[in-house]
Design a protein around this ligand. Structure first.
Ligand SMILES: Cc1cc2nc3c(=O)[nH]c(=O)nc-3n(C[C@H](O)[C@H](O)[C@H](O)COP(=O)(O)OP(=O)(O)OC[C@H]3O[C@@H](n4cnc5c(N)ncnc54)[C@H](O)[C@@H]3O)c2cc1C
Length: 259
């Protein structure tokens, strides 16, 4: 669905991270965790390509996105004010699936990946565990929001400025060691190297889960094939290519190609 979304609020969360709220009742109606919106950053509108962002939250007809300013498009977005309008295409992509009853959801995020998994706290009835890894304290996002939803929160930072000093995968390994008899379902979103390390660790421990592969993309609707990723073929032995925008961004852990 393509709709103009008026900005209700656009505020800095911390450092380079912002949260924007768009009035988008129709997109909110069907949005699910793991899906994204493809945003045409207007009103200047001289950026031809849309920018994809995970749907962080939907509340009272407002669609929320948490974003990091990394380049021209996100900088421009950060400068927009309430009343400005962006064109939104969404909800797009495959969403995360619900865990089976009795299974504990474990959300594993790297940096702004924390935005992609948050809707699971609303969608899934059982309470779970949120593990976040970041470079340093200034990149640790949304922990209060997960705590408010009664998720157990554990933090890892590369420089030890908050929580465990090390990678988020250390927290996963620790959890598996602590609770060897528990049934978990893992949801991962974050930088590519983190997802690869996570996939290796989970597979080695015969765990189940899904990963959101946030590959660079252009059209967002499966037409341009700019975002293909290598995945396990459904029927044939071996590998094939899938479009991250329409066949993903969420892929089953077992089908992800690990480098
Ligand atoms: C499905 C999906 C969900 C995403 N969700 C979020 C989110 O919730 N919050 C958030 O902050 N960002 C998210 N991203 C990344 C976001 O789309 C990019 O950061 C954004 O497009 C950068 O635009 P720019 O014009 O500011 O930067 P550009 O000037 O275009 O690029 C700046 C830097 O960002 C990298 N980059 C550009 N586009 C992407 C991209 N699509 N994916 C990864 N890296 C990119 C470039 O390699 C470059 O190093 C998501 C990406 C995908 C594919």
């Amino acid at each position: 669905m393509m709709k103009n979304g008026e900005i209700i609020e656009n505020q800095r969360l911390k450092g380079d991270y912002f949260k924007v709220r768009f009035y988008a009742p129709q997109i909110c109606e069907t949005a699910r965790a793991g899906q994204f919106v493809h945003v045409r950053i207007t009103p200047r509108g001289d950026r031809i390509l849309r920018r994809p962002f995970s749907i962080y939250n939907c509340e009272n007809d407002a669609l929320e996105v948490v974003y990091k300013v990394v380049g021209g498009g996100t900088k421009e977005l950060s400068e927009l004010s309430p009343g400005n309008v962006c064109n939104l295409l969404g909800p797009l992509g495959v969403s995360f699936s619900d865990p089976l009853p009795g299974v504990i959801p474990v959300l594993v995020a790297g940096g702004y990946g924390a935005a992609a998994t948050y809707l699971l706290t609303k969608q899934v009835s059982q309470r779970g565990i949120f593990l976040i890894g970041a470079r340093s304290k200034s990149d640790v996002l949304l922990t209060d929001e997960y705590q408010k939803e009664k998720y157990e929160v554990r933090v890892a930072t590369d420089d030890g400025s908050e929580g465990h000093c090390g990678f988020v995968t250390d927290l996963v390994a620790q959890l598996l060691k602590e609770k060897p008899d528990e049934k978990f379902f893992f949801y991962g979103c974050g930088p590519h190297p983190m997802l690869m390390a996570l996939a290796k660790l989970l597979r080695a421990n015969r765990q189940k889960g899904e990963l959101s592969i946030d590959h660079l993309m252009c059209c967002g609707i499966g037409a341009c094939f700019a975002c293909v990723v290598k995945v396990k073929a459904d029927t044939l032995p071996g590998w094939t290519f899938a479009r991250a925008c329409v066949d993903g961004p969420v892929f089953n852990l077992d089908s992800v190609y690990v480098e």
